[in-house]
Design a protein around this ligand. Sequence first.
Ligand code: ADP
Length: 396
Amino acid sequence: MNVLVINCGSSSLKYQVINSESEEVLAKGLCERIGIDGRLVYQPKDGEKEITEAPMPTHTEAVRMVLDALVNPDTGIFQSLDEIEAVGHRLVHGGEKFAASVLINEEVITAVEECSDLAPLHNPANLIGVRACQEVLKDVPMAGVFDTAFHQTMPKEAYLYGIPYEYYEKYKARKYGFHGTSHSYVSKRAAEFLGKPYDSLKTIVCHLGNGSSICAVKNGKSVDTSMGLSPLEGLIMGTRSGDIDPSAIEFLAKKENLSLEEMLNVLNKESGVYGISGLSSDFRDLDQAVSEGNARAKTAREMFCYRAAKYIGSYAAAMNGVDVICFTAGVGENDGKVREMICSYLGYLGLALDSEANKKRGEETVLSTPDSKVTVLLAPTNEELAICRETVALLK
Ligand code: ADP
């Protein structure tokens, strides 16, 4: 089955076409600057990357352009659009309504709309992508795969905030967690790779990218995760602060004369390793700056690793042990120094890193020594493939 996987943001749309039998990516790319001017990037398997500047006033034109590229007589991968048999949409926030992926119908769309106040930037954009595909692809079945769904197995003591219980009852204010598709994919993959049953492992997945989160997976179920009601909670990230005393927000808003909204913008977009280093949110830049003796870049990297290690320690406690720690996403898959610094806090777990293996990048690799009590795994994530698999499973 040929599945079109769509990840739609407010002004962008990323896509991949995956054949579910071979799991091969037949084409991929993105539309950028939707509603501004418009730019399509299209890359067929074994072909050159093409960039086309063309007006895209809305996501509907963006979807049309992607589909036109897929059936372009010269560089397209399909003869006709009938060859697209299903669409899998990444949906960000499913609230408490969705604990699994779903086939999209009007009822589902309404339910996702109802979750929009929990993710005002993401859900409406995701749904615009759904509507645009429905308009153009009419009767092709579509699935929604939620970032939050995997974490719906968290127990109350993990997901409730220590605030008046009515706020949970009235507004569903609680921890939801994100990156669920990645945490699920990577933790399953780790069990397969190690030849162990998924439902008998204690795994900690460190998804370290521009956005970062850590998840405790016990016997195949998410039991805790570092992101919260929004992706702002938890780790120090590229530009997000992660955990911070809420009183600091009031204190700083007064000092800087900022509104709550402006303050949250600072915490989301101007903080994290970017804010601390004053330099960049990208670890390649930070690593370079550290090697040139930049003290603030060094502090930013140390803070990032320290916070990650604290979460790993707390999740080892929550699960009463840990068998496997996985590193994934841009930083986790590529930055051996960061992995080494995080693991340097974890000797008390009997964890020993193999420094030679830790030089690997982007390739499934055991990074711990044979006598390490905890297996450390470099496990590349693949959210698009996970969405494709979920979509196909729902249609079977
Ligand atoms: P996103 O959260 O946007 O999906 P990714 O998982 O793609 O992010 O991660 C992007 C980040 O990965 C970059 O901002 C950069 O910090 C980091 N990264 C990518 N390649 C490398 C590398 N070779 N070394 C260190 N960090 C890297």
